[in-house]
Write a protein that binds this ligand. Structure first.
Ligand code: ATP
Length: 588
């Protein structure tokens, strides 16, 4: 299909204000694509060139893109920059400048979607000496022959800021409608996606082989699996009741989740984060240990990477471990703050997928293949058959400086990409505070008044993720507790993702001074969850929604979480119920 057509659909997507309309437009767009174009079309719509775990990063520097626009249109760099400043969006500036180009159009060539995609891929993967000039030239050639609307999206895509606001769940629903005319096939598609974490691959299999292609998805080495997530419950009694009187109880390490893929024959190791980015170069000691300390030809194991002092047995806090998520100074940091991997699951072993095997079998095998000395250690665990045992283990974990426990159902399979009761977490709590922090998506921000006027930042509008509806709902404004440094940082990063009107997947009854693309997650502590007529979190019809009382930010932006990894509406409602119960218990 022609890129021109893709661009016109993107324009339609940008103009809609509801998610359902988005699904219909996407379904139409997917209908137009040829089978062999489907993968590229889906990636492009996601604003990426390949799944995040392959590490091909789009995102040219603004200066280079400005130079390309200048070369393509005959305007000076200063004129391009002026237009950019005026509009606040380089895509729109390019659209305007291409419409007023000073140069004669070279040809009346129309681009195929694949041509645009392939050029973008080439730009992203060109490196080394002279690469900047080469990138500018390639992009300029595209822009010189594109229409103004095409230029808008080519520029945004090249900057890595396509911002269509389309989530994975929305794409899956559109794909389901494409083949069945209904949403009901979404679950199976989601299943395939959870196994391979690659929407382009799922869409391609669907386009080429139909429903059959989706049913055949299997775990593959070096293709990360979307992680299983834990529900929460507040007491040992409730956990055991839910687990039918018996379960495994593991220590909950507060580090970074790591999925390790290893193949001895090719000596290849890859480590993926909770968001499935490639962490391999950042954790060299774990990569090395994976080859030496796992007794298997090939395996996929999962664990928590955490800085841990072997001598004192002390676990370092999360704020220290997270320092290891860096691209520079890796060697020095790995000496200073070495990581250990506390392995807690096994998903693949010597050619065989383990997701469908019960937890107890996966754990037994894991115990057999991990040497359990050195860098990779087994996550500590017990089997509990009474609340008392569970409670005692929990208290010991807290004493050791751990975050809490994760209880696991003995017969449950590994449920990829979903938060289910087969895993239940319980964390330490403090009196007068919510027993857990929540992770919120920043949806907008307010300008400052008084002292804050100086920073042009007065607070945030934050929301949770409603998984069922695939939308973001507001839950709180956060106006206090920011340091000067934080105000400056928030203002700077949020300014880059400002959008003109409320994004289609945001549901809100209030208007911040500026809306932003839902992109960044922050961890927030609060005293309580309250019912709220203002906020849309969990709001159904005329009933009240939910809000946070006395919210405050803990740390900065969570680079390890995507907006869809934020706390969900369902979790907030469950936490609200838990809190009610705790209050009743305190009163009685
Ligand atoms: P949290 O912020 O509480 O870590 P989360 O949303 O990142 O929550 P959950 O699935 O809710 O993830 O909680 C389990 C998390 O705890 C995992 O993501 C993992 O990083 C960490 N973890 C630590 N130890 C274990 C363990 N033994 N088993 C499972 N997960 C563990």
């Amino acid at each position: 299909m022609l890129f021109e057509e893709v661009a016109s659909y993107y324009q339609k997507l940008e103009a809609v204000s509801s998610r359902l309309e988005m699904i219909d437009i996407l379904t139409e767009l997917f209908k137009k694509a040829k089978k062999e174009e489907m993968k590229k079309l889906v990636y492009m719509t996601q604003g990426i060139l390949s799944p995040p775990f392959e590490g091909v990063e789009i995102g040219m520097a603004e200066k280079l893109v400005e130079a390309s626009i200048a070369t393509a249109t005959g305007f000076s760099k200063e004129e391009v920059e002026k237009e950019f400043k005026k509009r606040g969006d380089l895509g729109e500036a390019a659209e305007y400048l291409v419409s007023k180009t000073k140069l004669k159009r070279l040809s009346s060539k129309k681009f195929e979607l694949s041509e645009v995609f392939d050029t973008m891929y080439k730009i992203a993967t060109t490196s080394g000496e002279g690469s900047q000039e080469a990138k500018i030239k390639m992009l300029a050639e595209l822009l010189a022959a594109s229409s103004p609307l095409e230029a808008r999206y080519i520029v945004r895509f090249s900057l890595g800021t396509l911002r269509l606001g389309v989530g994975d769940a929305t794409i899956l629903e559109a794909l389901s409608k494409l083949v069945t005319g209904e949403r009901k096939f979404k679950e199976q598609l989601e299943n395939a996606y959870n196994i391979c974490s690659d929407l382009g691959k799922v869409a391609e299999a669907l386009a080429k082989e139909g429903i059959k292609g989706i049913e055949n998805f299997k775990v593959e080495l070096f293709s990360p699996i979307r992680p299983a997530l834990a529900e929460r419950l507040p007491t040992a009694e409730e956990i055991l009741e839910r687990m039918h009187g018996k379960c495994a109880v593991e220590s909950k390490y507060d580090g970074l989740r790591a999925q390790v893929h290893v193949d001895k024959k090719s000596k290849r190791v890859e480590i993926f984060s909770r968001r499935l980015e490639r962490l391999t170069p950042m954790f060299p000691e774990i990569a090395k240990a994976a080859l030496e300390e796992i007794d298997a030809e090939s395996a996929i194991i999962e664990g928590e990477a955490i800085a841990y002092n072997e001598v004192t047995g002390e676990f370092h806090p999360f704020q220290e471990t997270i320092q290891r998520k860096r691209k520079h100074g890796v060697e020095e940091m790995s000496q200073e703050l070495p990581l250990h991997l506390f392995a807690f699951d096994l998903m693949y072993l010597d050619g065989e997928g383990y997701l469908d095997k019960p937890y107890h079998e996966r754990r037994e095998k894991l115990e057999k293949i991990i040497k359990n000395k050195g860098t990779i250690l087994l996550a500590d665990r017990i089997i509990a058959t009474s609340p008392k045992e569970l409670e005692k283990y929990f208290e010991e974990a807290i004493e050791k400086g751990l975050e809490g426990i994760v209880a696991k159902e003995l017969n449950s399979k590994y449920i990829a990409g979903a938060r289910k009761f087969s895993w239940i977490k319980m964390k330490r709590s403090y009196k007068g505070e919510l027993s857990d922090t929540v992770d919120l998506v920043i949806l907008g921000y307010y300008l400052g008044k008084g002292v804050r006027a100086e920073f042009k930042f007065g607070g945030l509008l934050c929301g949770v993720y409603n998984e069922k509806k695939d939308v973001f709902e507001t839950i709180t404004k956060i106006g206090t507790g920011f340091s000067e440094e934080q105000m400056k940082e928030f203002k700077e990063v949020l300014d880059k993702i400002k959008v003109k009107s409320k994004p289609a997947r945001v549901v809100s009854n209030i208007e911040p001074d500026f809306w932003v693309e839902p992109k960044y997650v922050v961890t927030v502590k609060a005293d309580e969850i309250t019912r709220s007529p203002t906020h849309t979190c969990g709001k159904e019809g005329d009933e009240s929604g939910y809000a946070l009382r006395f919210p405050r930010i803990v740390g900065g932006i969570r680079s390890d979480k995507s907006p869809e990894d934020a706390t969900t509406t369902k979790e907030i409602i469950e936490m609200f119920k838990m809190q009610k119960k705790e209050k009743l218990q305190e009163e009685s």
